[in-house]
Ligand binder design. Structure first.
Ligand code: SF4
Ligand code: SF4
Length: 346
């Protein structure tokens, strides 16, 4: 792993250049207290003064709505046309929890049945991580095995340092990016970047106001599917689905065809939510998750058990978005703590 240093002025000039050569996705202040990852034309549009974005940036790998192919049945013939492949992209400024979110999605879409749409975007997107500089009240990434300076999964990791920025190339793609734009960087001869990142990590570790212990929770859930506790949570849940839409690891989708003239159309997919009543409703009307209790239970079991069963990874990265955005204050940290306590006394 090699490290480099860049001045603040060079960061702006480099990002302006990247925006010309790639589709550059970066955090943008959409309105007061709303930061979204969006395509930008240059550094002037980017806002780096944020903790995490309002919606996770997963949508640039797994879009909220995505056209899959076009079809035509004109003249009794079925013709399919691929959609245009996306331009190579760079996502700049990903926080460590959101990079981990992408690592959590990878085995879902790149498993036994690789998803070509996800795979295509993933392979054509360079991930540039940005270490956090502060911890918010809702953050609990360290409880979920991550950390505010943990760059695992990024191609390049950027850390703010005195007088500029430090960059660590964590993959060959990251190294190639540095090499291609080498005029903007100087090699870090004295390990300044690593030392600064480690120091920052230690400082931020002391800023978490709430940590949770997941020990034994999965094993408890393995043995306890039916719990009166889920009735309690379900009574509060509105089924609005906000928690799933903003989550960096949720990945359910629906597929639909749109053919206004009945002959030519497009097949698309869009995010769906297990918190909606119709999510599991079958064509004949039967719904195996008939009440909000089953839906709420499914969401939390997916985060704390099912993803571990399938991929040996937690389904939550501790970004805290659902903690801040749930309109009725359903807090996954409290749910983990409650389950932990029950598990200890079981
Ligand atoms: S479940 Fe909540 S805290 Fe965990 S990754 Fe999803 S949005 Fe973030
Ligand atoms: S955001 Fe809260 S109220 Fe809405 S579906 Fe999620 S848990 Fe239920």
């Amino acid at each position: 792993m090699k490290a480099y240093i860049m001045t603040g002025d060079n960061l702006g000039a480099w990002l302006d250049t990247l925006a010309r050569d790639f589709t550059l996705i970066a955090p943008v202040k959409e309105e007061e207290n709303v930061i979204l990852f969006k395509p930008v034309k240059g550094f002037a549009e980017i806002n780096l003064n944020y903790t995490n974005s309002t919606v996770s940036p997963k949508g640039w790998i797994f879009p909220q709505t995505e056209e899959m192919f076009y079809f035509s049945t004109a003249g009794g013939q079925i013709n399919l046309t691929d959609v245009q492949a996306p331009r190579p992209a760079i996502i700049f400024g990903l926080r460590p929890c959101d990079i981990k979110g992408i690592l959590t999605l990878d085995p879902v879409f790149n498993g036994a049945y690789p998803d070509p749409y996800y795979q295509n975007r993933r392979e054509n997107t360079i991930l540039v991580g940005l270490c956090c500089t502060r911890v918010e009240r809702h953050c609990f990434c360290t409880s979920m095995g991550g950390g505010p300076t943990d760059g695992r999964g990024a191609d390049l990791l950027v850390t703010e340092i005195d007088g500029g920025y430090g960059l660590e190339a964590l993959t060959s793609r990251g190294e190639e990016l540095i090499h291609r734009y080498q005029g903007y960087f100087t090699p870090d001869q004295h390990s300044r970047v690593i030392l600064a990142r480690e120091e920052l990590g230690q400082k931020l570790a002391g800023q978490f106001t709430r940590t949770v212990d997941t020990t034994g929770v999965k094993e408890f859930l393995d043995q306890n599917f039916e719990l009166p506790y889920w009735d309690e949570i379900a009574r509060r849940c509105l089924g609005c689905g906000i928690c799933t839409y903003i989550c960096p690891t949720c990945h359910c989708f629906d597929i639909f065809d749109f053919a206004p003239d009945g002959e030519r159309g497009v097949r698309s997919r869009c995010w769906d939510s297990c918190m909606f009543s119709h999510f599991t409703r079958m064509a004949g009307g039967h719904n195996p998750r008939p009440t909000q209790k089953e839906r709420v239970r499914n969401r939390f079991l997916h985060k704390l058990k099912y993803h571990r069963d399938r991929y040996d990874l937690d389904g939550c990265v501790g970004c805290g978005r659902c903690v801040t955005k749930c309109p009725v204050n359903i807090d996954i940290r409290q749910i983990i703590a409650d389950l932990q306590e029950v598990a200890q006394h079981a």
